[in-house]
Structures are given as C-alpha cells and as structure tokens.
Design a protein around this ligand. Structure first.
Ligand SMILES: C[S@@+](CC[C@H](N)C(=O)[O-])C[C@H]1O[C@@H](n2cnc3c(N)ncnc32)[C@H](O)[C@@H]1O
Length: 255
C-alpha cells in the first residue's frame, strides 16, 4: 500500500524512474511517515541522493546533503585511472574533495597510498571528514582547508587528482533545476569558460608535484583540448581519457 502511494506521488510529479526510486525510498525510510515525507521532497524536485541522505560511489557509501556535490558515476573512472597508474606508496592529493568520494575510494581500495583531501568549502570538509569516519578511513586520509594549493607551501605530491568546478557561467542557468537549485554553486561553476580553476592549478602544478609525477583533471569534453595544451606548455605529456560513455572526460599530465 505504502509503496503504491509513493509510486503515485513520484509518477504524478514526472519522476522518470518512479518504480525503482519508490523501492529505495521505502527500503531506506525508518517509518511510513518518513517514506511519505521523502517522496514529497523527491516530487518537489530534490535529488534522490539528498532525500535519502547518501550516495554509493565505487565500493563505499557517502553521506551527502546540499553542502556537497553528489558524486557522479563518471568520477569513478578518474579513480580507476589513479588506481591503475599510482606506484606503490604514492602520495595523492584529491583537490576539491567535496564529499570525499575520490580520496576515500583511493584510501579504501589502495591501503598503500598516502591520501590527502582538500577543499575550499569548510562545509564540504566537515562532511568529507564525517564520511571518512563512516567508512572507517579516518586514519587513512588527511584533510586540508585550502584555496587550490595555498595550504601546501613546500609540500609535493606524486599524484594530483582533481574534479574541480568546470561548468561555465553561461551553462549554469541552463542546468537541470535538480542540479542548479540544490547542489552548491561553488562546486559547479568556474570562470574563463569553466577552466579558471583547472588552468590555475596546472600553472602551479610544478611547485606541488614530484618528478616523476602525474595529474588527472575531470572536465567537460569541449574543455579537453585547451587543458591538454596547458599541461603540455607546462612540461607535461598530456593525454585525453574517455569516460565509459566514450566522451572526452579527463585530461592527464605525466612528467
Ligand atoms: C565538482 S566538485 C567535486 C567534488 C568531489 N571531488 C567529487 O568528485 O564528487 C568540486 C569541489 O571543488 C571545491 N572547490 C571549489 N573551488 C575550490 C578551490 N579554489 N580550491 C579548492 N577546492 C575548491 C568545491 O567546494 C567542491 O567541493
């Protein structure tokens, strides 16, 4: 009965995967009233992951709320690339860690890595630290409050893995309301056609990356060529890496 009521609420609101989402809402709610309340939030347009309060990412589950971007499936491929290329014992910086998805997955899947997570948002760091405890990884990851590399004066990493904001100012108003109205703007938008933070961090990479060292950036396909050129002009061998849908989603730099 409850399940049917919830399906009706979601279907009437135009939620595409109403059957599957109703099942999750019922499974994860502590009472009928909580399930109905969750369905009403979802029907009003709130992302399912915020309604449920968590999101799966690779082999861990992260608590999420509007303080952090909901981790996206394509970012799992960024983690895959680091896992494949990181030498034993490498130090890795997750720059713009948000919920902690990248850093905590790396720590979970590669106990040999020395993992650091950093973000400009104190709210995001609070939740990322909470997610470390939730996944029993609090002793495995260091957290820093920083604007790009500013907190890391004199320190170098073997690998920088960055999913920094890359939505352009022009794209932002056109995003799905589910993204624009709920997810933090500072996790999404960057100036200079979405590339301001990525290009600034590439310009500073030399100071914060060991030799040999490598970096990987997640971005949108139209930004790949310019990012690869920037890495090349700073002395890196650049490559464009596709996501599982075949889109140019990552640019890597190795030196
Ligand atoms: C696209 S979200 C990625 C979050 C997470 N890494 C993930 O993949 O789900 C970008 C993150 O970068 C952070 N950020 C924005 N500007 C930054 C800056 N100047 N320095 C460090 N982090 C920044 C945001 O707060 C946000 O958490």
């Amino acid at each position: 009965m409850l399940r049917e009521d919830i399906e009706l609420i979601l279907r009437s609101a135009g939620v595409e995967n109403f059957a599957r989402e109703s099942r999750w809402i019922v499974q994860e709610s502590v009472s009928d009233e909580a399930a109905l309340q969750a369905a009403r939030r979802r029907a009003a347009g709130e992302p399912l992951q915020y309604v449920l309060g968590n999101a799966p990412f690779r082999y861990i589950t992260l608590d999420v709320d509007p303080r952090v971007l909901i981790p996206r499936p394509e970012t799992e491929s960024l983690v895959e690339w680091v896992l494949k290329h990181a030498p034993h014992g490498a130090s890795v910086l997750d720059l713009g860690c948000g919920s902690g998805a990248i850093a905590l997955s790396l720590a979970h899947e590669r106990p040999d890595l020395q993992v650091t997570a950093a973000d400009l948002s104190l709210d995001a760091l609070t939740l990322a630290r909470h997610n470390a405890v939730k996944n029993n990884l609090e002793d495995r990851v260091e957290f820093y409050h920083t604007d790009l590399f500013s907190a890391f004066s004199g320190r170098k990493f073997d690998i920088v893995a960055a999913n920094l904001p890359y939505v352009t100012l022009a794209e932002y108003p056109l995003l799905d309301a589910e993204v624009r109205d709920y997810e933090p703007r500072m996790a999404l938008v960057a100036e200079d056609d979405g590339l301001a933070l990525i290009l600034q961090s590439i310009a500073e990479l030399d100071k914060y990356l060991n030799k040999p060292g490598m970096a990987i950036y997640e971005l949108s396909p139209p930004q790949a060529a310019r990012t690869a050129e920037a890495l090349q002009s700073h002395g890196f061998e650049a490559a464009i890496v596709h996501d599982l849908c075949g889109r140019e989603r990552f640019v890597t730099g190795v030196r």
